[in-house]
Ligand binder design. Structure first.
Ligand SMILES: *[C@@H]1O[C@H](CO)[C@@H](O)[C@H](O)[C@H]1NC(C)=O
Ligand SMILES: *[C@@H]1O[C@H](CO)[C@@H](O)[C@H](O)[C@H]1NC(C)=O
Ligand SMILES: *[C@@H]1O[C@H](CO)[C@@H](O)[C@H](O)[C@H]1NC(C)=O
Ligand SMILES: *[C@@H]1O[C@H](CO)[C@@H](O)[C@H](O)[C@H]1NC(C)=O
Ligand SMILES: [Zn+2]
Length: 966
């Protein structure tokens, strides 16, 4: 869209009262000094002073910057520099609408003069998870409650830490000095340069003033000074003041000094991070051919953390589950997640930190890159995991539903209100962004891609860039290497993907006589097109024909204007009795529909011993497409069910997860209906043998603990088997849990195989009593391993005791309860997702929205996830009507999640339409497909779709397992 491309250039000058800073003054350096009193009895007070070196780009009498949540005494603000008689400060005032701090001067600032603006400030740290905030923990050894000060500035919370020009394009250097009680250690982006005993703010805040609120002697305090940083955006500034311990990575793994920090009683869980962190960093230096510019890299695990991790330059902060790994208590998928998040954050040190998007509209440049490059980093240190393949699948599949909504948004998204920035840290920015970058590497070739990325990183180092800058570098290198076929530029191709919402559906119709086929393209929408869409794309195409022995045709393009008005004709080599397959390597996000005969040919091969002649990503694509096309009435359900039957043969976890994930979507709308039994029976027959082959719960151990595919197969099939009531599954789970309860020291001994714990806990708590629940709660309170805590936290939501569910929800919104603020969303979402909990949670959300809203202040995306989870399960118009009238009365609480609400409503509408159109016929088909008698199943427990367990959710960056900035 044109409007968005010119947004940056014009808006600032155009609209007085715009949400953007006016741009007539630029900072170049900040000298920040703050003293924090980490003491609850004196309300965590602080005093600070920031001196900002700035210059005017044009004459002005106003300096406008950001400030929020602390106090400034107008008279203390001063300006110096330039000639002997610099402008005097007349007033300083904060307007809360956009957090503008306006300093009014008595005369114009001169251009070409460096002024220093000095602003003393003071206040108290508030509870919350952004800005400068307090986290706490109880030391498991000493039993003492400890506090720490930490920061989370992305996207717009640096302004809560100190007055600053809080937009990513105002890069400056930072010199930070932190005062704190002697028993604590401070870390920041840069290495510490000195430690002093004198109050470095004495001129602005004499100790006798500070003393009034700190109530402590100066001699209790020390002042840590850090080296001046490289030029960077405010959202990357970070510091932590704590009593943590640290380990240093072996120095032969990286030239950069690498340290991992954690609570001292969890420091033994840092070994994995200390090993892979420096190796990933070193790999990226080689891969981009750009060295890491800072002398050190610290990574630190924070007990209370809203996202998954945050890439602050030189001081990456993590939630504990994303950094710490305990080999006796963390599962394989926990380990996988640690590796992924570390690689993601380290990738940001280049994409985001060194080169930064100009404005949050291009957030995808940061997040898409980091998400994509993470797979390269993980591949380098854990090659047997095949991270590139599995992340590609997860990323593509997880956006296909969202992006099929009319209310989705383009990757490059205009932002008209800073309060809504939080909402775009979503699947589209992370996963579609990543998918599109992977697509580029595939059509450009890795060499071209790497060379161009290197040039881009060098050219824009310490500066900001927009997507066009990237396209230019890519096109330049590509042209030097022969260019793309049809002489298309990277920009022409990519603009169709990044500025347009959604993705195409290709409809392929074969002419079986003359070996040709025709293709049309059209936006794929879940509701069908209510309004005519004219979107089209540059679609990369590769076609595989049966018996091609995998040498597919070279990449071709379906151009932006082709296949739109009239079908586009293609030649291919398949004989009439052989199939053709598009997108077998999932190069881009699109769906493909074929004529019925071609579908049948594909299904026949899948249901034969030759099924691997369809490459694994092709199998994924076929399953995903067939179910989606049937869902939207473009294909008869007999086709996806026919494809699905081959899953009995499948041994690769990716197609299995895809097929079962598609069935889970159907389960979601049937789970409370009278037809759920038929669904269970159908799926039970489908998975029983795979469940047994994979080891299941009966083996009471992990069959092949070193093989990620095998572990995931065992976990996933166990979870499905219990939910589908495969005989023995739940009984085994309950037995294992009982064994655990019977051990003499359950906090030390746990007989349940590590990777199966989530599944076993949930079954046991679903079927168990209050006693079982209390046991799990006690273990959660005592464990010292965050990953173990997390497993229990979600399992506690599996109970069907209504009063416990209500109590658990209550805790989620109560400060100081068993549920930490960072976990509140996980608890509410987990309960909302469960078959019974849904009813309890709905009531809770409707009646307690004021408190829920308050709990997630500054984390709008979490509130959005809760609303989405609820509406995603609506199947009746009555539920939607009820929501609509509730929404009208509670609009004030939903103003920051407008987009999520809109998407949620559309999703509910999609479900409702599906139920009236397809439920009957699909259930009939499923009954027919599982007609033969099977062993009777006695237990009739209601299942629960614990989507949190699917592998999609394990890497889920932005929904519930939170890691917005991961
Ligand atoms: C604060 O800023 C908003 C938006 O620019 C403006 O509408 C409002 O009048 C300002 N408030 C005050 C008290 O100046
Ligand atoms: C800071 O200002 C607020 C109002 O703007 C006031 O309520 C508060 O008491 C002030 N804090 C201190 C420590 O003076
Ligand atoms: C202002 O500061 C910048 C950066 O420190 C420096 O490059 C520039 O020469 C200074 N300008 C003047 C007029 O002193
Ligand atoms: C390819 O495009 C460029 C710029 O659009 C043009 O200068 C060049 O002549 C074209 N090359 C061919 C072979 O069409
Ligand atoms: Zn990120």
């Amino acid at each position: 869209m044109i409007w968005q491309a010119v947004l940056w250039l014009t808006l600032a000058q155009l609209v007085a009262g715009s949400f953007l800073l006016p741009g007539d003054v630029s900072p170049t350096h900040y000298d920040l000094r703050v003293g924090y009193d980490l003491d609850p009895t004196t309300n965590f007070s602080f005093y600070g002073v920031v001196s900002i070196v700035l210059s005017a780009n044009k004459p002005t009498t106003k300096v406008i910057l950001h400030a929020k949540d602390f106090n400034i005494t107008s008279e203390a603000v001063s300006l110096s520099g330039g000639d002997q008689d610099p402008p005097k400060v007349l007033s300083a005032s904060i307007n809360d609408t956009y957090d503008f701090l306006t300093i009014t001067l008595d005369k114009m600032l001169q251009s070409d003069v460096n002024y220093t603006l000095t602003i003393p400030f003071y206040g108290n740290l508030k509870p919350g998870l952004d800005g400068v905030y307090i986290s706490s923990y109880t030391n498991k050894v000493t039993k003492i409650k400890e506090y720490l000060v930490t920061t989370q500035f992305e996207a717009i919370s640096a302004r809560k830490g100190f007055p600053c020009f809080d937009e990513p394009m105002y890069k400056a250097t930072f010199k930070i000095t932190l005062g704190h009680n002697k028993q604590f250690t401070a870390v920041s982006n840069m290495p510490q340069s000195s430690r002093g005993e004198n109050n470095v703010m004495e001129k602005y805040w004499p100790w006798k003033v500070i003393r009034q609120r700190f109530q402590k002697d100066l001699s209790d305090f020390v002042w840590d000074e850090f080296d001046k940083s490289v030029p960077m955006s405010t959202y990357l500034v970070a510091f932590v003041i704590s009593k943590f311990s640290h380990v240093e990575s072996p120095s032969d793994l990286s030239t950069t000094k690498f340290r991992i920090w954690a609570r001292s009683d969890a420091i033994d869980q840092t070994a994995y991070a200390a090993n892979i962190g420096p190796r990933v960093l070193t790999h990226f230096e080689k891969f981009f051919n750009v060295s890491f510019p800072l002398p050190k890299q610290d990574m630190i695990a924070i007990p209370d953390f809203s996202a998954g991790a945050m890439e602050n330059w030189g001081l990456i902060t993590y939630r504990e589950t994303a950094l710490l790994y305990d080999k006796d208590q963390s599962s394989f998928v926990n380990k996988e997640r640690v590796a992924e998040v570390i690689a993601h954050e380290l990738a940001h040190q280049w994409f985001g930190n060194l080169v930064t998007m100009k404005w949050w509209s291009d957030l995808w440049l940061n997040e898409g890159f980091a998400t994509f490059v993470a797979s390269i980093g993980v591949n380098a240190v854990e090659p047997t995991w095949h991270a590139d393949r599995s992340y590609a699948v997860e990323n593509i599949l997880s956006i296909m539903n969202l992006d099929a909504l009319e209310s989705s948004h383009p990757v490059s998204v205009p932002i008209d209100d800073p309060k809504r920035i939080s909402e775009i840290f979503d699947q589209i920015s992370y996963r579609k962004g990543s998918t599109l970058i992977r697509m580029m590497t595939m059509f450009l070739g890795e060499d071209v891609f790497r060379k161009a990325i290197h040039n881009y990183l060098i050219k824009y180092s310490y500066q900001n860039a927009e997507q066009d800058d990237l396209w230019r570098e890519l096109t330049r290198v590509s042209r030097a290497n022969g260019g793309l076929s049809r002489n298309v530029t990277v920009k022409e191709v990519m603009d169709t993907w990044t500025t347009r919402t959604g993705y195409p559906l290709l409809t392929v119709t074969r002419d079986y006589v003359d070996k040709s086929l025709t293709i049309t393209q059209k936006r794929y929408l879940s509701l069908g097109a209510r309004m005519p869409t004219t979107s089209s794309w540059w679609v990369p195409l590769r076609v595989l024909c049966e018996d091609d022995s995998r040498s597919a045709t070279p990449l071709q393009w379906l151009a932006d204007n082709e296949g739109v008005e009239a079908p586009h004709r293609f030649q291919h080599d398949a004989k009439p009795d052989q199939w053709v397959l598009f997108n077998f390597d999932m190069v881009a996000p699109y769906r493909v529909n074929y004529d019925k005969k071609n579908w049948k040919l594909l299904a026949d091969t899948l249901n034969s011993d030759r099924y691997t002649s369809v490459p694994v990503l092709g199998r994924v694509q076929l399953l995903s497409d067939a179910f989606a096309l049937a869902w939207t009435n473009r294909l008869d359900y007999s086709i996806p069910l026919l494809l699905t039957s081959y899953l009995r043969r499948e041994t690769d976890v990716l197609p299995l997860t895809t097929g079962l994930g598609a069935l889970a979507k159907i389960e979601n709308v049937l789970i409370r209906s009278p037809d759920y039994g038929a669904f269970q029976k159908y799926v039970r027959r489908l998975i029983s043998s795979t469940y047994e082959r994979a080891g299941g719960l009966a083996a009471k151990k992990i069959i092949d603990g070193d093989n990620l595919n095998s572990v995931k197969l065992q976990v996933m099939t166990s979870q499905w088997a219990c939910r589908m009531k495969v005989p023995g599954c739940e009984e085994n789970a309950i037995q294992l849990y009982q064994q655990w309860m019977d051990t003499s020291d359950p906090d030390k001994e746990n007989p349940i195989p590590l990777d199966l714990r989530r599944t076993v806990y949930c079954v046991a708590l679903r079927r168990g009593s209050v006693r079982h629940w209390r046991f799990a709660l006690a273990r959660m309170q005592r464990t010292n391993v965050a990953a173990a805590r997390d497993m229990l936290l979600s399992a506690l939501a599996c109970t069907r005791e209504l009063w416990i569910l209500n109590q658990y929800l209550e805790w989620a919104i109560t400060e100081g309860s068993e549920v930490r603020r960072q976990d509140a969303a996980t608890v509410i979402v987990s309960i909302t997702r469960s078959a019974i909990g849904y009813y309890v949670a709905k009531d809770f959300i409707y009646t307690r929205i004021a408190e829920i809203h308050k709990t997630f202040r500054g984390q709008a995306i979490r509130l959005g996830a809760i609303i989405k989870t609820l509406l995603d399960q609506f199947t009746t118009q009555r539920e939607l009507d009820e929501f609509t009238s509730w929404r009208e009365k509670n609009a004030a609480y939903l103003s920051e999640v407008k987009l999520s609400v809109q998407q949620a409503v559309e999703r509910a509408t999609v479900n409702i339409a599906w139920v009236s159109k397809h439920r009957q016929s699909l259930v009939t088909l499923m009954r027919e497909n599982s007609a033969e008698p099977e062993t009777p199943v006695i237990s009739r427990w209601n299942g629960q779709p614990n989507f949190m367990l699917s592998i999609f959710a394990i890497h889920n960056i932005s929904s519930v397992t939170p890691s917005r900035h991961a």
